[in-house]
Design a protein around this ligand. Sequence first.
Ligand SMILES: Cc1ncc(COP(=O)(O)O)c(C=O)c1O
Length: 336
Amino acid sequence: MIDFRSDTVTKPSAEMLQAMIHAELGDDVYGDDPSVNALEARMAKMSGFAAAMIVNSGTQSNLCALLAHCQRGEEYIVGQGYHTYLYEAGGAAVLGSVVPQPIAVQTSGELAFADIAAVIKEDDSHFAKSTLLSLENSHCGKVIPLDYFAKARNFAIQHKLKIHLDGARIFNALTAINLQLKDICQYVDSISICFSKGLGTPMGSVLCGSQEFINRARRIRKMVGGGTRQAGIIAKAMDYALDHNIDRLQIDHANAVLLADLLKENNKLTITTPQTNMVYIDLDASIDGTLLAKLLLAQGIQISAGQNLRLVTHLNISTADIIYTADTIKDCLQLF
Ligand SMILES: Cc1ncc(COP(=O)(O)O)c(C=O)c1O
Protein backbone atom coordinates (compact mmCIF):
# COMPACT_ATOMS: atom_id res chain seq x y z
CA MET A 1 0.00 0.00 0.00
CA ILE A 2 1.31 3.46 -0.92
CA ASP A 3 -0.02 5.55 1.91
CA PHE A 4 -0.33 9.31 1.25
CA ARG A 5 -2.59 10.11 4.22
CA SER A 6 0.22 11.54 6.34
CA ASP A 7 3.94 11.28 7.09
CA THR A 8 2.87 9.94 10.50
CA VAL A 9 2.29 6.53 8.85
CA THR A 10 6.05 6.01 8.36
CA LYS A 11 7.39 2.75 9.82
CA PRO A 12 10.77 2.39 11.55
CA SER A 13 13.37 0.88 9.21
CA ALA A 14 15.27 -2.33 10.06
CA GLU A 15 18.34 -0.18 10.89
CA MET A 16 16.33 2.06 13.20
CA LEU A 17 14.90 -1.01 14.96
CA GLN A 18 18.44 -2.36 15.39
CA ALA A 19 19.50 0.92 17.02
CA MET A 20 16.50 0.64 19.36
CA ILE A 21 17.34 -2.97 20.31
CA HIS A 22 20.86 -1.97 21.31
CA ALA A 23 19.82 1.14 23.28
CA GLU A 24 21.45 1.54 26.68
CA LEU A 25 18.56 1.98 29.09
CA GLY A 26 17.76 3.37 32.52
CA ASP A 27 14.68 4.94 34.13
CA ASP A 28 13.96 8.35 32.67
CA VAL A 29 11.66 9.37 35.53
CA TYR A 30 14.71 8.98 37.79
CA GLY A 31 16.63 10.90 35.10
CA ASP A 32 19.13 8.09 34.58
CA ASP A 33 18.32 6.75 31.12
CA PRO A 34 21.60 7.40 29.28
CA SER A 35 20.04 7.26 25.81
CA VAL A 36 17.40 9.84 26.77
CA ASN A 37 19.96 12.08 28.44
CA ALA A 38 22.22 11.94 25.37
CA LEU A 39 19.34 12.72 23.01
CA GLU A 40 18.15 15.64 25.16
CA ALA A 41 21.70 17.04 25.32
CA ARG A 42 22.04 16.65 21.56
CA MET A 43 18.78 18.47 20.90
CA ALA A 44 19.65 21.28 23.32
CA LYS A 45 22.92 21.76 21.45
CA MET A 46 21.30 21.62 18.00
CA SER A 47 18.58 24.11 18.95
CA GLY A 48 20.86 26.45 20.89
CA PHE A 49 18.59 26.22 23.95
CA ALA A 50 19.88 25.34 27.42
CA ALA A 51 17.65 22.28 27.81
CA ALA A 52 15.43 19.75 26.03
CA MET A 53 12.91 17.12 27.10
CA ILE A 54 11.70 14.00 25.34
CA VAL A 55 7.90 13.70 25.12
CA ASN A 56 5.55 11.02 23.82
CA SER A 57 3.88 13.08 21.11
CA GLY A 58 3.68 16.50 19.51
CA THR A 59 0.38 17.15 21.27
CA GLN A 60 1.89 16.36 24.66
CA SER A 61 4.89 18.53 23.86
CA ASN A 62 2.74 21.52 22.88
CA LEU A 63 0.55 21.04 25.96
CA CYS A 64 3.60 21.04 28.25
CA ALA A 65 4.85 24.18 26.49
CA LEU A 66 1.57 26.10 26.69
CA LEU A 67 1.14 25.23 30.37
CA ALA A 68 4.77 26.00 31.20
CA HIS A 69 4.55 29.43 29.54
CA CYS A 70 1.07 30.44 30.76
CA GLN A 71 -0.65 30.50 34.15
CA ARG A 72 -4.41 30.01 34.68
CA GLY A 73 -6.29 32.98 33.22
CA GLU A 74 -3.55 33.88 30.79
CA GLU A 75 -4.01 33.57 27.05
CA TYR A 76 -2.04 32.43 24.04
CA ILE A 77 -2.60 34.02 20.63
CA VAL A 78 -2.68 31.38 17.93
CA GLY A 79 -3.69 30.75 14.33
CA GLN A 80 -7.25 29.50 13.84
CA GLY A 81 -5.96 26.54 11.84
CA TYR A 82 -2.80 25.91 13.87
CA HIS A 83 -2.44 22.57 15.59
CA THR A 84 -2.08 24.15 19.06
CA TYR A 85 -5.55 25.63 18.67
CA LEU A 86 -7.58 23.30 16.48
CA TYR A 87 -6.26 19.77 16.82
CA GLU A 88 -5.26 19.27 20.45
CA ALA A 89 -8.71 18.76 21.99
CA GLY A 90 -8.52 22.16 23.70
CA GLY A 91 -5.95 20.68 26.11
CA ALA A 92 -4.47 23.97 27.32
CA ALA A 93 -7.95 25.28 28.20
CA VAL A 94 -9.29 22.02 29.61
CA LEU A 95 -6.26 21.03 31.66
CA GLY A 96 -4.56 24.36 32.36
CA SER A 97 -7.32 27.01 32.29
CA VAL A 98 -5.22 28.79 29.65
CA VAL A 99 -7.38 30.77 27.21
CA PRO A 100 -6.78 30.42 23.47
CA GLN A 101 -7.20 33.60 21.37
CA PRO A 102 -7.42 32.32 17.78
CA ILE A 103 -6.91 34.64 14.80
CA ALA A 104 -6.96 34.15 11.02
CA VAL A 105 -4.01 32.49 9.32
CA GLN A 106 -2.76 34.25 6.14
CA THR A 107 -2.49 32.18 2.94
CA SER A 108 1.28 32.20 3.49
CA GLY A 109 0.71 30.31 6.77
CA GLU A 110 1.80 33.35 8.82
CA LEU A 111 -0.14 35.42 11.34
CA ALA A 112 -0.37 39.12 10.38
CA PHE A 113 1.19 41.32 13.06
CA ALA A 114 -1.70 43.80 12.80
CA ASP A 115 -4.12 40.96 13.58
CA ILE A 116 -2.05 39.90 16.58
CA ALA A 117 -1.80 43.47 17.83
CA ALA A 118 -5.58 43.86 17.52
CA VAL A 119 -6.28 41.04 19.99
CA ILE A 120 -3.59 41.78 22.59
CA LYS A 121 -5.47 42.73 25.75
CA GLU A 122 -4.60 45.75 27.83
CA ASP A 123 -3.84 45.10 31.49
CA ASP A 124 -7.40 45.27 32.80
CA SER A 125 -9.18 42.92 35.20
CA HIS A 126 -11.88 42.24 32.58
CA PHE A 127 -9.46 40.44 30.34
CA ALA A 128 -7.35 37.35 30.25
CA LYS A 129 -3.67 38.30 30.25
CA SER A 130 -1.99 38.06 26.82
CA THR A 131 1.18 36.08 27.51
CA LEU A 132 2.17 33.93 24.58
CA LEU A 133 2.25 33.84 20.80
CA SER A 134 1.98 30.30 19.44
CA LEU A 135 3.38 29.93 15.91
CA GLU A 136 3.75 26.95 13.54
CA ASN A 137 6.37 26.04 10.92
CA SER A 138 5.81 24.42 8.51
CA HIS A 139 2.06 25.04 8.40
CA CYS A 140 0.08 22.87 5.97
CA GLY A 141 3.33 22.24 4.09
CA LYS A 142 4.07 25.98 3.79
CA VAL A 143 7.37 27.33 5.02
CA ILE A 144 7.45 30.46 7.18
CA PRO A 145 10.73 32.24 6.35
CA LEU A 146 13.39 33.27 8.85
CA ASP A 147 12.77 37.00 8.56
CA TYR A 148 9.19 36.49 9.76
CA PHE A 149 10.61 35.06 13.00
CA ALA A 150 13.04 37.96 13.35
CA LYS A 151 10.09 40.35 13.05
CA ALA A 152 7.97 38.22 15.39
CA ARG A 153 10.73 38.39 18.00
CA ASN A 154 10.82 42.21 17.88
CA PHE A 155 7.03 42.35 17.95
CA ALA A 156 6.91 39.97 20.94
CA ILE A 157 9.47 41.98 22.91
CA GLN A 158 7.53 45.16 22.22
CA HIS A 159 4.29 43.56 23.47
CA LYS A 160 5.83 41.52 26.30
CA LEU A 161 4.85 38.18 24.75
CA LYS A 162 6.77 34.91 24.76
CA ILE A 163 6.87 32.80 21.56
CA HIS A 164 6.30 29.05 21.33
CA LEU A 165 6.94 27.43 17.97
CA ASP A 166 5.13 24.23 17.03
CA GLY A 167 7.89 22.90 14.81
CA ALA A 168 6.32 19.49 14.30
CA ARG A 169 7.85 19.51 10.80
CA ILE A 170 10.59 22.08 11.40
CA PHE A 171 13.18 19.94 9.60
CA ASN A 172 11.01 19.98 6.48
CA ALA A 173 10.88 23.77 6.71
CA LEU A 174 14.63 24.04 7.35
CA THR A 175 15.40 21.70 4.45
CA ALA A 176 13.32 23.86 2.10
CA ILE A 177 15.11 27.09 3.08
CA ASN A 178 18.51 25.53 3.77
CA LEU A 179 18.87 26.69 7.37
CA GLN A 180 19.95 25.13 10.65
CA LEU A 181 17.69 24.60 13.66
CA LYS A 182 19.53 27.27 15.68
CA ASP A 183 18.78 29.90 13.03
CA ILE A 184 15.07 29.81 13.83
CA CYS A 185 15.34 28.95 17.53
CA GLN A 186 17.22 32.18 18.26
CA TYR A 187 13.93 34.04 17.72
CA VAL A 188 11.59 31.92 19.88
CA ASP A 189 11.34 30.93 23.56
CA SER A 190 10.54 27.27 22.95
CA ILE A 191 10.14 24.79 20.13
CA SER A 192 8.40 21.44 19.85
CA ILE A 193 9.75 19.02 17.24
CA CYS A 194 8.10 15.77 16.11
CA PHE A 195 10.15 12.73 15.20
CA SER A 196 7.21 10.46 14.33
CA LYS A 197 6.42 12.24 11.04
CA GLY A 198 8.97 12.70 8.24
CA LEU A 199 11.81 11.58 10.52
CA GLY A 200 10.25 8.13 10.76
CA THR A 201 10.33 7.13 14.44
CA PRO A 202 7.37 5.17 15.85
CA MET A 203 6.69 7.92 18.40
CA GLY A 204 8.35 10.79 20.22
CA SER A 205 8.83 14.55 20.19
CA VAL A 206 11.29 16.90 21.83
CA LEU A 207 10.54 20.19 23.56
CA CYS A 208 13.44 22.66 23.80
CA GLY A 209 13.76 25.85 25.84
CA SER A 210 15.52 27.48 28.78
CA GLN A 211 16.44 25.30 31.77
CA GLU A 212 13.81 26.97 33.93
CA PHE A 213 11.14 26.45 31.25
CA ILE A 214 12.04 22.78 30.79
CA ASN A 215 11.98 22.24 34.58
CA ARG A 216 8.40 23.54 34.63
CA ALA A 217 7.49 21.51 31.53
CA ARG A 218 8.94 18.35 33.11
CA ARG A 219 6.57 18.67 36.07
CA ILE A 220 3.63 19.12 33.68
CA ARG A 221 4.74 16.12 31.60
CA LYS A 222 4.63 14.01 34.77
CA MET A 223 1.21 15.41 35.67
CA VAL A 224 -0.26 14.37 32.31
CA GLY A 225 1.19 10.87 32.56
CA GLY A 226 4.04 11.50 30.18
CA GLY A 227 6.87 10.35 32.40
CA THR A 228 8.13 7.14 30.81
CA ARG A 229 10.69 4.72 32.15
CA GLN A 230 12.92 2.97 29.56
CA ALA A 231 12.28 5.77 27.09
CA GLY A 232 15.81 5.23 25.78
CA ILE A 233 14.36 2.79 23.24
CA ILE A 234 12.58 5.73 21.61
CA ALA A 235 15.48 8.16 22.22
CA LYS A 236 17.74 5.81 20.25
CA ALA A 237 15.28 5.77 17.35
CA MET A 238 15.25 9.59 17.46
CA ASP A 239 19.03 9.70 17.57
CA TYR A 240 19.12 7.41 14.53
CA ALA A 241 16.63 9.73 12.76
CA LEU A 242 18.84 12.77 13.39
CA ASP A 243 21.76 10.96 11.77
CA HIS A 244 19.96 9.41 8.81
CA ASN A 245 16.55 10.92 8.11
CA ILE A 246 17.04 14.68 7.94
CA ASP A 247 19.18 15.01 4.81
CA ARG A 248 16.85 12.69 2.94
CA LEU A 249 13.80 14.98 3.46
CA GLN A 250 14.80 16.71 0.23
CA ILE A 251 13.85 13.47 -1.57
CA ASP A 252 10.32 13.72 -0.11
CA HIS A 253 10.12 17.35 -1.22
CA ALA A 254 11.32 16.49 -4.73
CA ASN A 255 8.78 13.66 -4.87
CA ALA A 256 6.01 16.08 -3.88
CA VAL A 257 7.01 18.48 -6.69
CA LEU A 258 7.20 15.56 -9.13
CA LEU A 259 3.69 14.39 -8.25
CA ALA A 260 2.35 17.95 -8.63
CA ASP A 261 4.15 18.34 -11.98
CA LEU A 262 2.89 15.02 -13.35
CA LEU A 263 -0.71 15.91 -12.51
CA LYS A 264 -0.92 19.64 -13.08
CA GLU A 265 -1.79 19.45 -16.80
CA ASN A 266 -5.13 17.88 -15.90
CA ASN A 267 -7.78 20.59 -16.00
CA LYS A 268 -9.99 18.79 -13.45
CA LEU A 269 -7.31 19.36 -10.81
CA THR A 270 -6.08 22.57 -9.20
CA ILE A 271 -2.65 22.06 -7.70
CA THR A 272 -0.31 24.46 -5.93
CA THR A 273 3.42 23.75 -6.22
CA PRO A 274 4.48 22.17 -2.93
CA GLN A 275 7.15 23.84 -0.77
CA THR A 276 7.79 20.73 1.36
CA ASN A 277 6.20 17.26 1.45
CA MET A 278 2.52 18.09 1.05
CA VAL A 279 0.67 18.21 -2.26
CA TYR A 280 -2.71 19.96 -2.12
CA ILE A 281 -5.11 19.09 -4.91
CA ASP A 282 -8.57 20.61 -5.32
CA LEU A 283 -10.90 18.40 -7.35
CA ASP A 284 -13.31 19.75 -9.92
CA ALA A 285 -16.95 19.33 -8.81
CA SER A 286 -17.42 16.70 -11.55
CA ILE A 287 -15.12 14.34 -9.62
CA ASP A 288 -16.51 12.41 -6.66
CA GLY A 289 -13.63 12.55 -4.16
CA THR A 290 -14.95 9.63 -2.11
CA LEU A 291 -15.25 7.41 -5.17
CA LEU A 292 -11.80 8.46 -6.37
CA ALA A 293 -10.31 7.44 -3.01
CA LYS A 294 -12.04 4.04 -3.30
CA LEU A 295 -10.78 3.50 -6.86
CA LEU A 296 -7.23 4.37 -5.81
CA LEU A 297 -7.41 2.06 -2.80
CA ALA A 298 -8.25 -0.80 -5.12
CA GLN A 299 -4.98 0.00 -6.95
CA GLY A 300 -2.91 0.04 -3.74
CA ILE A 301 -2.93 3.80 -3.13
CA GLN A 302 -4.34 5.20 0.09
CA ILE A 303 -5.49 8.84 0.38
CA SER A 304 -7.88 10.71 2.67
CA ALA A 305 -11.15 11.14 0.76
CA GLY A 306 -12.57 14.59 0.00
CA GLN A 307 -12.79 17.33 -2.65
CA ASN A 308 -9.66 19.04 -1.31
CA LEU A 309 -6.96 16.41 -1.15
CA ARG A 310 -3.71 16.48 0.81
CA LEU A 311 -1.17 13.93 -0.38
CA VAL A 312 1.87 13.64 1.89
CA THR A 313 5.19 12.22 0.70
CA HIS A 314 7.54 10.48 3.14
CA LEU A 315 10.31 7.93 3.49
CA ASN A 316 8.09 4.95 2.71
CA ILE A 317 7.13 6.40 -0.70
CA SER A 318 9.66 6.09 -3.52
CA THR A 319 9.97 8.04 -6.76
CA ALA A 320 8.68 4.94 -8.60
CA ASP A 321 5.62 5.00 -6.32
CA ILE A 322 5.04 8.65 -7.29
CA ILE A 323 5.10 7.85 -11.01
CA TYR A 324 2.77 4.88 -10.51
CA THR A 325 0.42 7.06 -8.43
CA ALA A 326 0.31 9.86 -11.01
CA ASP A 327 -0.45 7.35 -13.79
CA THR A 328 -3.14 5.66 -11.70
CA ILE A 329 -4.80 8.97 -10.76
CA LYS A 330 -4.87 9.98 -14.44
CA ASP A 331 -6.47 6.62 -15.34
CA CYS A 332 -9.09 6.95 -12.60
CA LEU A 333 -9.97 10.51 -13.64
CA GLN A 334 -11.00 9.20 -17.09
CA LEU A 335 -13.94 7.52 -15.36
CA PHE A 336 -15.53 10.84 -14.26
C1 LIG B 1 1.65 20.89 13.05
C2 LIG B 1 1.46 19.76 14.01
N1 LIG B 1 1.71 19.96 15.31
C3 LIG B 1 1.56 18.99 16.23
C4 LIG B 1 1.11 17.75 15.87
C5 LIG B 1 0.87 16.70 16.93
O1 LIG B 1 1.66 15.60 16.85
P1 LIG B 1 1.21 14.21 17.49
O2 LIG B 1 0.34 13.55 16.48
O3 LIG B 1 2.51 13.50 17.72
O4 LIG B 1 0.48 14.50 18.76
C6 LIG B 1 0.83 17.47 14.52
C7 LIG B 1 0.35 16.13 14.10
O5 LIG B 1 0.04 15.86 12.98
C8 LIG B 1 1.01 18.52 13.57
O6 LIG B 1 0.73 18.34 12.27
